[in-house]
Design a protein around this ligand. Sequence first.
Ligand SMILES: [Fe+2]
Length: 281
Amino acid sequence: MNLLHITDIHFGPYHWDVNDDLVLERLNAFDADIVLNTGDMTSDSLQVEFQQMQGFLSKLECPNVVSILGNHDKYSKRSHEMFREYIYDGRFIHPKDKTKVTKDKLFFSPINMRIGDYFTDVNFLRTFKVNGETVLLVCIDTTLFQSDFGFVEEQILASIKDEIAAIKYDRLLMLTHHPILDSDEDPLINTKRMTDFALDIGIEASFCGHTHELEIVELSNIVEGKKFRQFMIGSLCSVNIHRESNMFCTYENFGTPDEVITIVRMFPTDDGVEFVETKLG
Ligand SMILES: [Fe+2]
């Protein structure tokens, strides 16, 4: 299974000043089975930024592209609507018990909003068949409305766990925007709960962005023999951090003895962009 991981593209003011087509050409050169896009597609959750992201994603040749929301994508009351319209219109997972919900602004008033779906969290499952195996992706919305901090609703986790139990799969991966094994000045608030959840459902790996920095870590529960790896990578193209962190990542033969992880850094040049690869054996 070959995975291509992109994150924090930030269309709008944060977007990189390099021709997107050059980046897309390089992305499409990798034979990906699934593309993982871990959020912050926009700078300010504007409609035009979601539309730009839609245009970018439409140029990816891989048919299996999974995108999730980041904190910058959740600045608008209509973020979840724009996600449906421009990114992915699937079935979102609702809280198991709505009366026990603690996450702020998980629902807006349908009367005030004048929209059909006033449930704001974008949690969903996707399955793909790759090399005869069923790969289940658990896509969790860690964002809070108009906040850079993250939080995951307990009642959503309960629903997700129930749904996963009803699905037959061979490999289980998780996507979050905020890292669950690291933090920055705008962290996920309930990281401990999320790492427990990840170990509990038995994920093989989690993929995230948010910090715009590269870090690959493994969490092991030695007593129970459970472990997973978290892949947090730098931004694909945004101008608010050092150039060394402009990157995307490819995972070839992921999770096998032949696995090759390649960090592809991107540096602007006078006539385009230079790609610098670093392979992790
Ligand atoms: Fe970001």
